[in-house]
Design a protein around this ligand. Structure first.
Ligand code: TYD
Ligand code: MG
Length: 462
């Protein structure tokens, strides 16, 4: 039988089919199939057989395996190290995703310069900008004297030749979608090319113990472009988030083989590049107007770090038949649920009210402990009564109107105390009074059982 000369591959998961399909049967994506030149399947079990350098590895008894503490190399940028779980691990492959213009190249150039100064030579390969463009940006970022090599190249074999020649201590490839391998005929950015080049870079990273950072584009709906296989191949996946009209940027780890996920690094985009923000609470509360109705401060956790954010709500009577609920930074479904709880358990009538909820500063809160803050902001706006002075809060609201305990309550209270809050409304299950010598000692902890009690404490409603 003659092998087909072209196949259709799903751009989101890499599934292949001999003919075009409107919907991928594997991942369910619509209109994701693209035609590619077929490549013969690699012999035997594929490129992942055996670990690099030790093709014939044998199984070993668990007890005989030595414990090796993964060594960490600092990138020179504290917030970047934090999301990586303490720094780069030698031989690890890191994927940094984010929308165009968010600051991926800026951050990596800054990290490359610091790394080159502190640790050793860095090879920065760019398929998107020329060396002159990179240099132009580097001048603004104050790169200075460092063994930083720039290479405007998109052929992966050429990149690996330069790696062999220069023996860098860090390799950066901006972006994986622009790189192609001469072993395939398809265009850069196709599923086959991304899979092939990422695998080549993976082997180079593992065999040379070379930490490698890849930049990945994201698609319109926010997922990393290219096949999902890319996320499986790499050790760490980081996402760069932020809104265009805000200056702050957040990096989140969504996968990390060497550390905790949901760790967060916060930066601010300035005229001289990205500056780390060591105290994000201060940034997110900077423009708050204490005493304004409809504003509540909640203590959320991002990884191991507590962050205070302001939730704003505006409740106004609806002029249309059906009331609108609009959110920014929280899940709209969660708001709908909390409004239903307020109607049923706290006796409020919100059916004829438009409700708008916004997390200030463009931050996104994805945590149940945010419920109490959302509820407080909504009721504060509805009653036109400000939240009591110096009050912060956290807690999950259940369907029966109960306030449920959450994790890491002490850290949250401490952060509130450090930011100058004097009262913290917490679930009764978390209301262990903070000992005076603890840093949270300056903050009165008020435990509440039900959402109605919480509202009483927060805005003194009746
Ligand atoms: P960039 O790193 O090119 O984004 P990406 O690689 O993710 O596509 O980010 C460029 C944006 O950042 C651009 O809109 C300008 C802005 N910027 C600053 O505000 N200050 C700076 O010092 C630099 C270098 C860029
Ligand atoms: Mg870029």
């Amino acid at each position: 039988m003659r092998a087909p000369r072209s196949v259709f591959a799903c751009t989101s998961c890499g599934a292949q089919s001999p003919k075009w399909l409107g919907r991928c049967p594997d991942c369910g994506a619509w209109n994701s199939f693209e035609e590619e030149v077929a490549t013969p399947a690699p012999p035997v079990a594929g490129p992942m057989r055996g670990s690099p350098g030790r093709p014939g590895a044998q199984a070993r008894l668990y007890a005989d395996v030595d414990m090796v503490q993964a060594e960490r190399i600092s990138t020179g940028i504290g917030e970047f190290d934090r999301v990586l779980g303490g720094g780069l691990v030698p031989g690890s492959l890191v994927l940094l995703g984010g929308e165009p213009g968010i600051g991926k190249s800026t951050l990596l150039l800054q990290a490359a310069a610091r790394f080159a100064q502190q640790t050793g030579p860095v090879l920065y390969c760019s398929g998107e900008e020329s060396e002159h463009q990179i240099k132009g940006r580097g001048e603004r970022l104050g790169v200075g004297q460092a063994p930083l090599y720039l290479l405007a190249e998109t052929c992966s074999e050429r990149i690996l030749e330069e790696v062999q020649r220069l023996r860098p201590a860090l390799l950066i490839v901006d972006s994986i979608q622009t790189v192609y391998s001469t072993t395939l005929q398809s265009a850069p950015g196709t599923v086959g090319q991304i899979r092939e080049t990422a695998t080549q870079l993976l082997f180079a990273a593992k065999s040379g113990n070379l930490p490698t950072v890849l930049v990945g584009h994201v698609t319109k709906d926010g997922a990393l472009a290219g096949p999902k296989v890319l996320e499986h191949v790499v050790d760490t996946v980081l996402y760069f988030e932020g809104e265009r009209h805000h200056t702050h940027r957040v990096i989140r780890a969504v996968k990390n083989r060497f550390g905790a996920v949901s760790e967060l690094g916060v930066f601010e985009m300035t005229g001289s590049g990205l500056q780390p923000v060591p105290n994000p609470s201060a940034l997110f509360l900077a423009e708050r107007q204490p005493g304004a109705p409809g504003s509540a401060v909640l203590c959320c956790m991002e990884g191991s770090r507590p962050i205070l954010v302001e939730v704003q709500a505006l409740v106004s009577s609806s002029v249309y038949g059906s009331a609108r609920r609009t959110t920014n930074g929280i899940d709209p479904q969660r708001l709908a649920l909390l409004l239903a709880v307020l109607e049923k358990r706290a006796g409020l009538n919100l059916a004829g009210e438009d409700v708008f909820v916004n997390v200030a500063g463009g931050f996104t809160v994805d945590e149940r402990a945010a419920d109490l803050g959302i509820v407080a902001a909504v009721v504060s706006s509805l009653r036109n009564k400000p939240v009591r002075d110096g009050t912060a809060m956290f807690g999950e609201v259940g369907l029966a109107g109960e306030v449920r305990a959450t994790g890491q309550s002490l850290l949250r209270v401490r952060e509130a105390a450090q930011m100058g809050f004097t009262r913290c409304i917490v679930p009764m299950g978390n209301a262990r009074p903070a000992a005076p010598e603890e840093p949270g000692g300056g903050c009165t902890v008020v435990g509440v059982r039900a959402v109605a009690d919480a509202l009483d404490e927060v805005i003194g409603w009746d």
